[in-house]
Design a protein around this ligand. Structure first.
Ligand code: BV8
Length: 233
């Protein structure tokens, strides 16, 4: 039997994109770009005022064009390149900075700003332009049925089965720039094998810090490249 290589699962949150200039979710004391979460990141909010929600995401799509990946995103792409065992990067972020840094084995469990979904035919399309109340679906032609392909509060996160399978067999789990407020992502650390190495990389202790025997405190643009150098030693 050849040498068994360790498998790694990495979970990232808004903190890894903070130094690229994207505001974190928690920093805005419950307000998000001057909106209440329930008004812009729930299906009820979309139902109530689709125009407000579409514009909230149009603004964030515009902002995405003005930012670039930082050293933490790049270090994770290097780790993937050099890692011998299985590698899975799970992000709660809806930005495209991991892809632009070169990450490949990547799951956006809360969806993506650069995708739209039709509520009529359920098609999912790459989408970098604005979405309006009457934008027609490129597949079924329905008007006013396109929404951001984003997982709102109360909605089922994406690819949980695939994520669960990877968590249950990993020997290294990293959580980077996430506050541990949002479930089920915050519960992933409790799904890894008991003997797996668990490291939290953050500016401060998260809500689930107690589940991590190891912590690297500081900005991700410093702590992630340092840890990657050690791991690829
Ligand atoms: C679900 C897309 C059922 C939108 C997002 C009561 C108790 C517990 C849970 C619940 C509850 N009531 C409801 C729930 C469930 C709810 C939930 O968890 N609510 C919380 C708020 C209480 N969850 C859901 O609704 C989820 N769905 O549960 O469905 C289900 C459950 C299981 C199985 C099947 C079905 C859906 C949640 C998805 C919501 N959508 N995003 C959009 O982006 O527009 S979540 C949103 O928060 C973002 O994706 C964000 O990434 C995510 C989590 O936040 P973080 O990434 O952690 O960001 P945050 O700002 O909080 O923290 C930043 C961290 O970075 C901080 O720790 C900071 O210190 C650190 N940091 C900052 N700068 C740096 C840094 N670290 C390093 N370097 C730096 N420079």
């Amino acid at each position: 039997m050849g040498k068994v290589h360790p498998s790694v699962v990495i979970l990232t949150g808004a903190g890894i994109s903070a130094e690229s200039g994207l505001r974190t979710f928690r920093a805005s004391d419950g307000l998000w770009e001057e909106h209440r979460i329930e008004d812009v990141a729930t299906p009820e909010g979309f139902e109530r005022d689709p125009e407000l929600v579409q514009n909230f995401y149009n603004e964030r799509r515009h902002q995405l064009k003005t930012v670039v990946p930082n050293a933490a995103h790049r270090a994770l792409a290097e780790l993937e390149q050099g890692w011998q065992g299985d590698f899975l990067l799970v992000t709660q972020n809806v930005d495209d900075l991991h892809e632009r840094a070169g990450s490949r084995s990547l799951i956006h469990m809360h969806g993506e700003l650069h995708k739209a979904r039709c509520q009529r035919c359920h098609g999912v399309f790459r989408w970098e332009a604005d979405l309006g109340a009457m934008t027609p679906c490129p597949s079924c032609g329905a008007h006013g049925e396109l929404r951001p392909h984003i997982v709102w509060f109360g909605e089922m996160p994406l690819e949980l089965d695939r994520i669960g399978e990877a968590l249950e067999r990993c020997s290294l789990f990293l959580a980077i720039g996430t506050s541990g407020n949002v479930y089920p992502a915050a519960g992933f650390v409790r799904m890894v094998p008991r003997q797996a190495r668990r490291i939290e990389l953050n500016l401060e202790a998260s809500m689930v810090a107690g589940a991590f025997p190891e912590h690297r405190t500081g900005p991700a643009s410093e702590t992630v490249p340092e840890l990657v150098r050690e791991l690829l030693g």
